[in-house]
Design a protein around this ligand. Structure first.
Ligand code: IDP
Ligand code: MG
Length: 160
């Protein structure tokens, strides 16, 4: 996806971000949303989801042979999550930077996991790791009509 400001083409990406049950329970969903907004990304999808076992297993399918798979699925279905789609220039890699390293003890201060987490099994948030996974995760979690088409008035103040 792309748009133009004057004659410059801006390539837009969409990424799937989920505040996990620990983040919702701890009242940090608003803080996460605020960080993505403040960065300059555009919210195109947002919902609170009580995740089914099937959806959790599909979402984390790539990890199904890992020893933590069972407890990860139990954790994700244990309480609601906030599922989101964010859009912007470089959104996939940038979201991963805002989120921080998988193990919160190794995430830099200033990142979401670095500021709020301690344990790898309670690391607050998920973000797609590449273009292909972003595409498949958005399709897994959202139907087309749940994604809003809109233009923030901030666009010309964010993009040259
Ligand atoms: P990511 O969320 O940073 O992309 P992945 O390696 O894809 O990290 O792992 C997916 C999720 O699985 C992690 O966010 C974390 O919740 C959980 N996880 C990963 N490694 C471990 C582990 O060694 N023990 C417990 N949970 C883990
Ligand atoms: Mg991952």
């Amino acid at each position: 996806m792309a748009f133009y400001i004057w004659h410059k083409e801006i390539i837009l990406e969409r990424t799937f971000v989920m505040v996990k049950p620990d983040g919702v329970q701890r009242g940090l969903a608003g803080n996460v949303i605020a960080r993505f907004e403040a960065k300059g990304f555009k919210l195109v999808g947002l919902k609170l989801v009580s995740v089914s076992r099937e959806l959790a297993e599909q979402h984390y399918g790539v990890h199904k042979e890992r020893p933590f798979f069972g407890s990860l699925v139990e954790f994700i279905i244990s309480a609601p999550v906030v599922a989101m789609v964010w859009e912007g220039k470089g959104a996939i890699a940038s979201a991963r930077k805002l989120i921080g390293a998988t193990n919160p003890l190794e995430s830099a201060p200033g990142t979401i996991r670095g500021d709020f987490g301690v344990d790898i099994g309670r690391n607050l948030i998920h973000g797609s790791d590449a273009e292909e996974t972003a595409k498949s995760e958005i399709a897994l979690w959202f139907s087309e009509d749940e994604l809003a088409s809109w233009e923030p008035c901030s666009t010309p103040w964010l993009y040259e």
